[in-house]
Design a protein around this ligand. Structure first.
Ligand code: ADP
Ligand code: ADP
Length: 227
């Protein structure tokens, strides 16, 4: 079942002779439960692609369908709600809210939505992430690996259609990197969680089901390595 379809996505930053085409007519689709690694040189357009799929940067032209919804056809309020429910974003530098504790950072997407937190789901998530005993800590009281696990919790708390990770291990040592990738893979395999992950690390890319290579804003290669 198709969960994501990207159609003729183009993104140009700036105007005139300083304009940069970050994405040039990119199209592909992803099935539910796929783990897709996105690789390519620095500046090739990977982050731009992820941000547009995630509804946090607008395309210059083209469309993004997530679970059938044409996300750039939503108004701003609808898009904000859609993002909170259907998209989990994970960044290299965690992007946690410094004044909120671990539990508050994880449940933020649900609280913003006015929803109540399902305690059972939350406890299971926290235990899988190994964050018991850290719930009242602030981000700056945690190691990098722990902070990234909190950001995974925040990304997963609403059971989103898509988890998008931009170099999630880029700031971690190899032991913590492995742990983070194992957690993402666990959710991919146990819960059929669709995952799109940007990485520079070939070892991590080789754990995906499929590798999309981006060069100069275009898909240069799209290979299924595991099915
Ligand atoms: P990657 O993630 O592959 O390193 P990016 O998507 O970050 O690539 O960038 C693709 C191109 O778009 C680069 O040439 C970059 O300089 C440019 N770019 C990215 N974001 C912006 C921005 N906000 N304003 C202007 N140019 C940008
Ligand atoms: P609004 O009143 O929220 O602006 P519109 O129907 O005019 O509603 O626009 C729908 C949404 O699409 C808006 O949030 C708008 O910002 C967003 N949008 C911005 N740039 C693009 C683009 N390049 N392609 C599609 N949608 C875009």
């Amino acid at each position: 079942m198709e969960i994501l379809r990207v159609e003729n996505l183009t993104k140009t930053y700036g105007k005139g002779n300083t304009a940069v085409t970050a994405l040039d007519n990119v199209s592909f689709s992803v099935n539910k439960g796929e783990f897709v690694a996105v690789i390519g040189p620095s500046g090739s357009g990977k982050s731009t692609l992820l941000h547009i799929i995630g509804g946090v940067d607008f395309p210059s032209s083209g469309k993004v369908f997530i679970d059938g919804t044409d996300i750039y056809n939503l108004n701003e309020t609808q898009l904000a709600i859609f993002r909170r429910r259907q998209i989990g974003l994970i960044y290299q530098f965690y992007n946690l809210i410094p004044i909120l504790n671990v539990e508050e950072n994880i449940t933020l997407p649900q609280l913003l939505d006015g929803g109540s937190v399902d305690k059972e789901h939350l406890n299971e998530l926290i235990s899988t992430l190994g964050l018991e005993g850290r719930l009242k800590h602030l981000p700056n009281q945690l190691s990098g690996g722990q902070q990234q696990r909190v950001s995974i919790g925040r990304a997963l708390v609403n059971n989103p259609a898509l988890v998008l990770a931009d170099e999630p291990t880029g700031n971690l040592d190899s032991k913590n990197s492995e742990e983070i990738v194992n957690l993402l893979k666990l959710y991919n395999q146990m819960y059929n969680q669709t995952l799109i992950l940007i990485t520079h690390d070939e070892k991590i890319a080789l754990q995906a089901d499929r590798i999309i290579s981006i060069e100069d804003g275009k898909i240069s290669k799209d290979e299924v390595i595991r099915s």
